[in-house]
Design a protein around this ligand. Sequence first.
Ligand SMILES: C[S@@+](CC[C@H](N)C(=O)[O-])C[C@H]1O[C@@H](n2cnc3c(N)ncnc32)[C@H](O)[C@@H]1O
Length: 442
Amino acid sequence: MRKKAIVKATPSLFDDLESSDGEAEISGEGKDTSSTFVGNLGLPVHRWFRYSAGFSAAWVRDVIEREKKNGRTRILDPFVGSGTVTLEGEASQVEAIGVESHPFVARIARAKLNWRESPKAFSTYALSILSDAKKEKVEQEDYPALMGKCFPPETFTRLEAIRCVWGRQADGSPLSELTWLALSAILRECSPVGTAQWQYVLPNKSKARVIDPFPAFEAKVRLFSADMTQRQREPAGPKALLYSEDARECQSVPAGWADLVITSPPYANNYDYADATRLEMTFFREIAGWGCLQKTVRKHLIRSCTQHVSPLTKQTDSIVREAVLAPIFGELQETCRALADAREGHGGKKPYHTMVAAYFKDMAEVWLALRRVTATGAIVCFVVGDSAPYGVYVPVDRWLGDLAVAAGFKSYNFEKTRDRNIKWKNRKHRVPLHEGRLWVQG
Ligand SMILES: C[S@@+](CC[C@H](N)C(=O)[O-])C[C@H]1O[C@@H](n2cnc3c(N)ncnc32)[C@H](O)[C@@H]1O
């Protein structure tokens, strides 16, 4: 049977799941691409790892430059992902801190900050690993089943050869981490099956273009090296700081430090950030299966997908009653009840009611942490979209704004950038949605 080809799309983190009852759906309604990673694929350093949940570096740069003129020079991103804001903060010569609690994603963002290393030293180091890998005899150990689904044996053996040689000398140094990133970044390019970023693997789909690991790795090393050279010709401020920690605490960020926050938080749309890097983490033997993913990754994340909250469904009412949710209690309770009712009519029985309650509880804590680490007069920008799981409308931007004000911020306004879910074809519900920027004044 012929495998289906993957259709290229411009994914935004808000081209999301709820309109199709939990199956990833990618569409590109509206023209504003500031919430998508697509423009970054042409930008030095940003393009080192394709992180489809990322947002536009060009838009981030514009905001930083504008606010720099207003005297704001300490930038924080509490959900820094692949590091867009930290890299643009450096390029704008301001101080920048990124916080990210997904260990694999935080490592990507941190590795990118090594662009100041010598390009020559890096390419010599990484290409000697490649040269040794070509001679490496890979032991036929029991490798994870997922690898067999993603790679033909010869491809996997070559990837393994690079991993083994790299692993023998891996020491956490900048050159070692850059090499780790180059290897991580070719895994999906070398897999002939569908490995879209928003699902860890689509074994029944095939890719039109697949690259052999050895030339793919060499090309990636040369790209990194050229980007490092280019970036080093441009002015740069102090090296940004990257903390692998929870945005609900921001514990390493000093009180009152930030005067500008630019971020795109996880959104209550069932996108599973833990699962998104399952392929890479399995390849590097950082996880062995679903249970590991829970322990190693998911427990650190904002509860924004139903897989995360399924053991908590009985606690939904008590989460809704948490003191920190008092500003939105009435509407939240009504919405969670409507979601619980809607669930009864759906085969999948997804606990969206629990997910929405837990999501806002977590985000209320994020606002408290942000109030602690921001200066008086700071500006916060959240890129967000609203949501309608099972067709029940959740006014995400308004509730987040209300929670921000309850946490001590002065006011908020919402700037819509595009409509979503307005083409009804193939949609399971017809609730019009939007996406935009929540501006909070502190
Ligand atoms: C929409 S993405 C941000 C992407 C980023 N703007 C970029 O350009 O790469 C949201 C990020 O929040 C992270 N995250 C989820 N829960 C978190 C938490 N409790 N603390 C810090 N980061 C978290 C996810 O791992 C994800 O990388």
